[in-house]
Write a protein that binds this ligand. Sequence first.
Ligand code: F6R
Length: 262
Amino acid sequence: MEVVPLGSVDEVAALGADVIESTVRARSGAAVLGLATGSTPLPTYRELIRRHEAGLAPSYDGVRCFTLDEYVGLPPGHPESYRATIARELTDPLGIPADRVQGPSPELEGLPTAGERYEEALVAAGGVDVQVLGIGSDGHLAFNEPGSSLASLTRLKTLTEETRRDNARFFGSIDEVPRHVLTQGLGTILRARHLLLLATGAGKAAALSAAVEGPVSASCPASVLQLHPHVTVLCDATAASGLARREHYREVYDAKPSWQGL
Ligand code: F6R
């Protein structure tokens, strides 16, 4: 795992955008992007859009996108559904057509097979090249809450009270936050070729240190990242504040030969 402590949210966004763009360039239009929603990736997504609009970005023609998770129980087209959110915040502004963006299908009638169908779609696309991830204040990864199997695949899960409280800011109140979600499993996430975890703000410091420096445990689902061969963690100073080895991580990053990349 490569942890890169950075000075600000803007630096996280710039480096996050570099990683995504370099994958798009390297795969010459065939890249498969795994996209997280939530607040943390928004500055990175805005930076990608800024570069695209300034004519500085690679072409997104042919790029395919898969979201990490989706709420169950929202009316179709609800603005806080992750399908609608990712279209609004990233894929529409980048000109990626809706038929190249997929998420788990939350329709009630297909729910029992939705996870399996999503896994098949990911395999059919050739797997995810770079998976953008955020981390929950309780250590969740996608919507795999503490206690989730480290080998889990896409399935229905129930959100914890803490996560519903954290996400109430997107809805009118906690009562409007759905209880159920479809989420890629931890095993699904581990299949992506490169994992890009973004963490900003003091509210993520404890979860980040447990994920990076604590034991691998279902009690901290994000600790499963320690099992993956190519993980990049970009964090700002406040999120990095609980990391015992943060100075060493920065020293390693500063001493890297430029050809190594991230
Ligand atoms: C979103 C997701 C979640 C968020 C996490 C952090 O697709 O899977 O795991 O990444 O809840 O959310 P923010 O970034 O809003 O703090």
